[in-house]
Design a protein around this ligand. Sequence first.
Ligand SMILES: C[S@@+](CC[C@H](N)C(=O)[O-])C[C@H]1O[C@@H](n2cnc3c(N)ncnc32)[C@H](O)[C@@H]1O
Length: 288
Amino acid sequence: MLSYQHIFHAGNHADLLKHLTLISVLLKLKQKSKPFTLIDTHAGAGEYDLSASKAQLKSESSTGIRLLDELFLSQSDSTLLQTYGDGFYSNLSSGNYCGSAGWMQQFLREQDQAHFCELHPNVYPELCDFVYKPNAHCYEVDGFKQLIALVPPLAKRGIVLIDPPYEQAVEYQMVLDTTEQSLKRWSTGCYLIWYPLLNTDNVSKTQAGIRMMNGFNTLSELPSVSNMANFQWCHNPASEAQGMYGSGIIAINLPWGCDSEITEALLLIQQSKITQAAFSLDWIKQPT
Ligand SMILES: C[S@@+](CC[C@H](N)C(=O)[O-])C[C@H]1O[C@@H](n2cnc3c(N)ncnc32)[C@H](O)[C@@H]1O
């Protein structure tokens, strides 16, 4: 059932979008000393060895983080790109790329709490070995169910990252239903929901993806949703080949200023001509 392993994709164009968005919100939360709660429903291993044969099989990092050299990141005008570069290159010296749980653990202070869910029996032990902070908790359970069990948290500021593999069409509906339930219990959290942009003959997946996006449109009408953004990073906009040509993030209750910070960072990459990728931001619900 669980065939997806993130090590084959670590550091690719989807990770670039996802982790930049995540770091932007983490930077914002860290500006205040008030505690925050982080929930990663599909955490993966925490970090990935890019020299491992699985990571090198298709060298997907060449579509993402390998595009960005150290100089480009450190000399950029974007604090977000600089932070990403600092974290990326300090970890890379040990051969590893930081995953979502890695970034969250890096930003976690004593007063905060983090919760990482991972269901894969081989990946879960790796996650446990990686996590060392006492206020970061790992669970070998279904992340959708665990999210509902964890909300509302004591610290009302925070992030929910929902990053499933979308191997089965049913996951699209689970993403939508779980987000709706969680929002009703914890309305002040910022929700980051990653999804793939696919060319596929799999009609049920295509339809499930459309239903999910329509569902988010409806969800945006909830009073607990103060804003809803749809960021997309099309790595290969012209591609007609089967597979993933880009990805998106639905960001709900995005803190003030993150939209422009994420936009600035991704436009700098787009304009640098190191990639054909195209960035877009559409508001499903404008901030008021
Ligand atoms: C896309 S990867 C996560 C990558 C990670 N968030 C990152 O950015 O570094 C999805 C992960 O979810 C795990 N997974 C799949 N179904 C799950 C479920 N129902 N609950 C928790 N984890 C699940 C997979 O084993 C895989 O490690």
